[in-house]
Design a protein around this ligand. Structure first.
Ligand code: AMP
Length: 238
């Protein structure tokens, strides 16, 4: 498998073609951004941690019967994935109120949502990812009614699996973002699942071990990711 041209470069990852048109390589870079790219930095080792954490969580999902784009790691910070048609929806399961939902709706920070809220945003940077409902998503042609129902069902199941995994490691999962793609019309979990795209709090102190440390200048981001990585992927420290 030979790495080809860069096809797409996002805020923290670059997608490369390979000699197989059905497979891409995703490289996790050390770049970190917040606030729609308004705040930027480069932190050595961040790409490595996010790649290793994402790989572990994709494997956990696969072990639980959830299809993902992940195939295998091809280097410390690069993964081979199935080439997907991306669905332009960001799905955010919310277990505890934090971030934009507190700012927009006045929920109390840290309040538990029972049942979990599933929020869907239109993945469109120019429009600042506006919130969607099913009717708008269907009218925009982003996904069919059946696909949206499937995405919602998978998201709730992924949330259960991840919450249990983190609970066993002394962590709370207030919320996280999922993206989906289609491989031969089948919906799979794509993109990444890492501390860049989730909120992770220590259960006892509710201290953030995620990108909020950078967003809100709460301290040393790499120290927080290091602590998260030691709990999630202890095997990489051996
Ligand atoms: P927010 O809506 O900003 O409170 O974010 C909710 C959750 O989704 C947080 O865990 C964010 O890290 C994650 N999230 C939201 N939007 C994005 C995005 N565009 N890229 C990565 N993660 C996101």
């Amino acid at each position: 498998m030979i790495k080809g041209d860069a096809l797409y470069s996002g805020k923290a990852k670059t997608v490369y073609a390979t000699t197989d048109p059905k497979r891409y390589i995703v490289k996790f870079r050390d770049d970190v951004t917040a606030g729609d790219g308004a705040k930027k930095a480069n932190m050595k080792g961040k790409g490595y941690y996010n790649a290793q954490i994402s790989a572990k969580l994709f494997k956990l999902l696969a072990d639980n019967g959830i299809s993902t784009h992940y195939i295998k790691m091809v280097s410390e910070d690069e993964m081979l994935v199935h080439a997907c048609d991306m669905v332009k929806i960001e799905v955010i399961p919310r277990n505890y109120a934090a971030g934009s939902i507190v700012r927009k709706y006045g929920f109390k920070e840290g309040q538990k949502f029972d049942p979990t809220l599933i929020v869907m945003d239109y993945k469109n940077d120019a429009a600042h990812d506006p919130m969607l409902n099913d009717d708008i998503a269907i009218a925009l042609g982003i996904a069919s009614d059946k696909e949206i129902r499937k995405i919602r069902k998978i998201s709730l199941r992924v949330n259960e699996i991840l919450q249990q995994f983190f609970d066993e490691r002394g962590l709370l999962l207030p919320d996280f973002k999922l993206e989906f793609g289609k491989v031969d019309k089948k919906i799979v979990v794509a993109d990444e699942i890492s501390p860049d795209t989730m909120r992770l709090w220590k259960k006892d102190t509710r201290q953030s071990l995620d990108k909020d440390v950078f967003r809100f200048d709460k301290g040393d981001l790499m120290a927080a990711y290091d602590e998260a990585a030691k709990l999630i992927v202890p095997e990489i420290f051996k």
